[in-house]
Design a binder for this molecule. Structure first.
Ligand code: SF4
Length: 313
């Protein structure tokens, strides 16, 4: 008996989350939040998911349950809320299962829970598209209420959580997403149509990548089994952005502290240290103008160097 194999089989048969019905009969908000080609192929695939994908599903389910338990515990401080609220379009087979829906007399609040490896500094496009589609469907059903939304991103490994808040229903964005949903639906029902491709960093994990027309299939590229390392690399890059934001924020706080505490000076004492505001000067050359006004000088003092970057497609 291969225990790992048994676990894989068991997970493949497991249900994560609520019963979402037959996903071939409608276009969901999560379909709209991803590449149309991937969304369509996923609907009709009988190929079992691999362990990494199953773990990602399970991770999402666990995160939702954690939030559910926390909200249930604090319910007396919250407006009325529902978990996994289904909302459908009036005329088209479009649906969303909203993770958490908060209701007040004037307002509806949509909360989408996402898990990730390393919380990004800004939410991914797909998350935002999914949220706007959910807000649009809710607004259709509740035209008199204001509709707002947020994405709660959780990194379960690192114990980090971040709320991307302040999204509002936008008829313009919703209309655009309805067009995308219709395109997915048309492709689901007419095999002669080719769903559009939407390239993104997520292509790195897409199982339909090998024959994807968005990539040059004739190019022979050797494979390396480094999926986990690539995921870690992308997560760390996101953290680097966060780190820079956090450093900039703290630097601004110290500068404001010096401004308030020592308006005539340039420093403050923090414990044993002195934090000083120091003005430096640098000279910048406007290369474009120099090239335009004095092309000979520009050519004489310019050198072209090449450097290497890593691009993940
Ligand atoms: S590889 Fe990228 S563009 Fe191609 S189907 Fe997958 S997600 Fe879409």
């Amino acid at each position: 008996m291969d225990l790992i194999e048994l676990i894989l089989r068991g997970l493949q048969n497991a249900r994560f989350g609520e019963d979402l019905g037959d996903r071939r009969e409608y276009v969901g908000a999560s379909d709209v939040g991803q590449c149309p080609r991937k969304a369509v192929l996923e609907k009709f695939s009988d190929e079992p998911q691999d362990l990494a994908t199953l773990f990602r599903f399970a991770r999402g389910h666990i995160a939702e349950k954690l939030v559910f338990q926390a909200l249930e515990d604090q319910s007396d401080k919250l407006p009325r809320w529902r978990y996994q609220k289904e909302v459908t379009h009036r005329t088209h087979p479009f649906k969303a299962h909203i993770d958490f829906l908060f209701t007040t007399r004037q307002e509806l609040g949509v909360l989408e829970v996402k898990t990730c490896d390393g919380i990004p500094s800004v939410p991914y496009d797909g998350w935002v598209q999914q949220l706007h589609f959910q807000m649009g469907l809710i607004k259709d059903r509740n035209p008199d209420k204001a509709v707002r939304g947020a994405v709660l991103a959780m990194d379960l490994n690192k114990g980090q959580v971040s709320l991307f808040n302040g999204y509002e229903y936008s008829s313009e964005l919703y209309e655009g997403l309805l067009v995308k949903a219709k395109h997915i639906w048309d492709c689901m029902n007419d095999q002669s149509l080719s769903p559009r491709t939407e390239k993104s960093p997520l292509c790195a994990w897409c199982r339909y990548r090998p024959d994807c027309p968005a990539y040059d299939q004739d190019e022979e590229i050797p494979s390396l089994p480094l999926e986990k390392e690539l995921e870690e690399y992308l997560g760390l890059k996101e953290q680097l952005k966060d780190l820079k934001d956090a450093i900039d924020k703290l630097a601004d706080m110290f500068k404001a502290g010096i401004e308030n505490a020592n308006p005539d000076g340039d420093s403050i004492r923090v414990g044993e240290n002195v934090v000083r505001r120091s003005v430096r000067t640098r000279t910048l050359i406007d290369g474009r103008r120099l090239q335009k006004d004095l092309p000979d000088i520009h050519a004489k003092y310019s050198t072209e160097t090449t450097y290497e970057v890593l691009v993940v497609e």
